[in-house]
Design a binder for this molecule. Structure first.
Ligand code: FAD
Ligand code: NAP
Length: 314
């Protein structure tokens, strides 16, 4: 296979936008390596109301649906495979894939995003997928007319609690502090929703169940008092970890400079410390963690990659 002008790793809002701008901007051979369906983590969101120009009730899946076709129109190729490592020798990058094959490229734009973090209470791993979930859009319907617990106090927890409150008879929000780190309007909506009960200053201790799945969760408040909440569903939304594994080299070092949080250091052109490697979206330092900014990063990185490849080859 010919050396790609650009390899894009990750097909979320950042990777897809990079795909649109690189192909439309004249790069010839561009492949986006995405392990699943393109769209990224926003496809798990039940509602998005802050993507400019998109109004009305729209899910993350609805928002992302047209993006891949728009890129493919300009020549972007999607290869559905998990990338295990990105390495560089001389001026050539190599994309190592889970199926054992490799692809070489003159430039790489990486946008592997982030993944839901586990909370760390007893039973969480054992009952994951059997009542413990990180996706309300995917699993909320299983609890139609039933009570569920949501754990977390950020934008995701509160927004997903509001979504679940429309399906479920009652939603308990268990949060370890007495203040939320969410948008004021979202907090207001939570307070105004009758079937949401706040269980504040409390942390989950253990989720338990039987052969059928989860039957309840024990939480402990700051005074050490425990409370059992009997529910068949527990949704955890306690933040995300950066997906930076593909940048780890054989010697254990990262391919480029990272910060102490494991995020990629970039400049305003989305250039990393390694020439020809650009990082975008949730995985880069100081990311606002928004679809619109991830898409913006993708466009910036693509324009930088076009200049880099142009200079390298001409
Ligand atoms: P991601 O969307 O995480 O995409 C990364 C992609 O890379 C994924 O498709 C993944 O499969 C792929 N990938 C990862 N590793 C590999 C690998 N090794 N090989 C191949 N492919 C790989 N933002 C808003 O602006 N508004 C909202 O209302 C909003 N709501 C949200 C609700 C929820 C439930 C969540 C979880 C997030 C929400 N966000 C929202 C945040 C938003 O989704 C992210 O900021 C955005 O998706 C980041 O885009 P990204 O392209 O950087 O990464
Ligand atoms: P987040 O903002 O990091 O919030 C995580 C929440 O989980 C916090 O309330 C935190 O508590 C709690 N938490 C973390 N670890 C915990 C533990 N071990 N046990 C109990 N609770 C724990 O994560 P997020 O809500 O997923 O949001 C991620 C990013 O995406 C944010 O930047 C957010 O703004 C963005 N986002 C935006 C939108 C939107 O714009 N509409 C929607 C969703 C997400 P503390 O508060 O005590 O730290």
């Amino acid at each position: 296979m010919a050396i790609l002008d650009c390899a894009i790793v990750g097909g979320g809002p950042a990777g897809l936008t990079a795909g649109l701008y690189t192909t439309r901007g004249g790069l010839e051979n561009v492949v986006m390596f995405e392990k699943g369906m393109p769209g990224g983590q926003i496809t798990n969101s039940s509602e998005i109301e802050n993507y400019p120009g998109v109004t009305g009730e729209i899910t993350g899946m609805d928002l992302m649906m047209p993006w891949p076709a728009q890129c493919q129109k300009f020549g972007l190729v999607h290869e559905m495979v998990k990338v295990t490592c990105v390495s560089k020798s001389g001026d050539i990058f190599t994309i190592h894939k889970e199926d054992g094959t490799t692809t070489d490229a003159h430039s790489v734009i990486i946008g592997t995003g982030s993944s839901p973090r586990r909370v760390g209470f007893k039973g969480e791993d054992e009952l994951f997928g059997k009542g413990v979930s990180t996706c309300a859009t995917c699993d909320g319907f299983f609890y139609k007319g039933k009570e569920v617990v949501v754990i977390g106090g950020g934008d995701t927890a509160l927004e997903e609690a509001l979504y679940l409150a429309k399906i479920c008879s009652k939603v308990y929000i268990v949060h370890r502090r007495d203040a939320f780190r969410s948008a004021p309007n979202t907090i207001k909506r939570v307070h105004n929703t009758e079937n949401i009960e706040l269980v504040l200053d409390s942390t989950p201790d253990e989720v338990y169940g039987d052969d059928m799945g989860v039957t309840g969760i024990r939480v402990i408040n700051k005074d050490g008092q425990s409370r059992d909440i009997e529910v068949p569903g527990v949704f955890t939304f306690v933040g995300n970890d950066v997906n930076n594994e593909t940048l780890i080299q054989k010697d254990g070092n990262f391919l480029c400079e990272m910060n102490e949080l494991g995020q990629v250091k970039v400049n305003l052109k989305m250039q990393t410390s390694l020439p020809g490697l650009f990082a975008t979206g949730d995985m880069r330092q100081d990311a606002p963690k928004q679809v619109v900014s991830a898409a913006g990063d993708g466009a910036v990185a693509a324009l930088s990659a076009i200049s880099y490849v142009d200079e390298l080859l001409n």
